[in-house]
Design a binder for this molecule. Structure first.
Ligand code: CP3
Length: 354
């Protein structure tokens, strides 16, 4: 395998010194790019794009051709895991993801099994191998999965939800059944992420978009505990290099202190917590990734540059910062504006490194 030419991301995630702050963007491959929309149209639909390793590789590479990014992220989705468990994922235009067979009762949860990930998700590992070959050591490749609670919300509600009535009902009335659901998704996710790592993923991120919708004690019991199991089960070193693990709980706030105790390497932070405050919560235990408000990308170049400057200043000096947005880039953003952000990180960040 080709030697890694730019390892800034891996070093920053491990809190090692770097000459500037590395940058990548959540959802960097996506609908805001016209070249993405073209390939997606060619594929027919989103899941066909995910299942085609050559096309998944192509859209993974697209943002790297436009911007001076320090990482690629596998093009796939967090909902491939419940699809592999037999729930029947499909996307309804304008409504987002849907499951034909949601898991809404205690009996349905008891009926779930850990799938054979090579058989059901082999297309993802093929995509990882294809992307690593195409990257040729240019930048590292990030693999990912959803947290069991976040994935569980879609499995139980049958699609996107605002209030999470069914899964919160389970948490209140059948907590042992929800524990069992978290366990089986965590076990599947360990096998899924380890297979991504074996195929060539050089860091992994767990997206916990909805964990902080729970009250703190329920967050700890259902979301944090299941992410802890995953962290404990992952391959952490391969070919003489550490495989950093990033946990991103959107809206975590003070719960960042709990997340930092899991043994992960880095935490994603959304824009509702200043990085300086986040640093107080976690001390020097983990690196931090984030956290510019994605809405800033709708503003003028001057406002975007100021946003980058403020984010870098909020983290302050020293290693352990990876620049990102506080959540994914949205489809309405002008691609030129993201260029302004990435260039500003290159220009403004060296002063924070010694
Ligand atoms: O970051 C990346 O570039 C990697 C690819 C990636 C996608 N989804 C591609 C995608 C990643 C990391 C995800 C994660 C994901 N998927 C999350 C967690 C992160 C987050 O943003 O909160 C969640 C909750 C999902 C579930 C999901 N997938 C939803 C709700 C939707 C519909 C969104 C919409 O606006 O229609 C998807 C589809 C999806 N996943 C798209 C992309 C590029 C859009 C598909 C398209 O229409 O082309």
């Amino acid at each position: 395998m080709a030697e890694l030419h730019n390892d800034l991301l891996l070093r920053a995630l491990l809190r090692q010194p770097v000459p500037r702050t590395p940058v990548w963007i959540m959802r960097q491959a996506g609908r805001y790019l016209p070249e993405y929309r073209e390939v997606r149209a060619q594929a027919g639909d989103f899941m066909s794009l995910c299942r085609n390793p050559d096309l998944a590789c192509e859209v993974t590479m697209q943002p790297l051709r436009r911007y001076r990014l320090d990482a690629a992220i596998l093009f796939s989705d967090i909902l491939t895991v419940p699809d592999a468990m037999g729930l029947g994922l499909h996307f309804v235009a304008g409504e987002g993801p849907k499951f034909s067979n949601p898991v809404q009762t205690v009996d349905a949860i008891r009926g779930l099994r850990v799938p054979d990930v090579e058989k059901t998700l082999g297309y993802v590992f093929d995509a990882v191998r294809t992307i690593r070959r195409e990257l040729d050591g240019k930048v590292p490749l990030i693999g990912f999965a959803g947290s069991p609670f976040t994935v569980g919300t879609y499995m139980v509600e049958g699609g996107s939800s605002r209030e999470f009535p069914t899964i919160k009902g389970l948490a209140a009335e059948a907590p042992e059944a929800l524990d069992a659901l978290m366990d089986i998704v965590a076990e599947t996710t360990i096998e899924y992420l380890n297979a991504q790592i074996e195929a060539g993923a050089q860091a992994v991120q767990i997206f916990d978009t909805w964990g902080a919708a729970l009250a703190p004690d329920d967050f700890r019991r259902f979301s944090l505990a299941s992410m802890q199991k995953i962290v404990d089960g992952l391959i952490r070193e391969k070919d003489g290099r550490q495989i950093p693990v990033i946990l991103f709980t959107k809206g975590a706030g003070p719960l960042l202190a709990d997340l930092a105790e899991t043994g992960c390497d880095a935490l994603g932070v959304d824009w509702t917590t200043d990085l300086s405050t986040a640093r107080e919560y976690v001390g020097d235990k983990v690196a931090l990734q984030g956290n510019l408000d994605p809405a800033t990308l709708r503003e003028s170049p001057e406002v975007i540059k100021q946003g980058v400057a403020d984010t870098l200043a909020s983290y302050g000096s020293g290693p352990g910062h990876v620049f990102n947005l506080g959540h994914g880039i949205t489809p309405d953003i002008d691609p030129e504006r993201l260029g302004v952000l990435v260039d500003a990180v290159h220009v403004l960040s060296p002063q924070y490194h010694g």
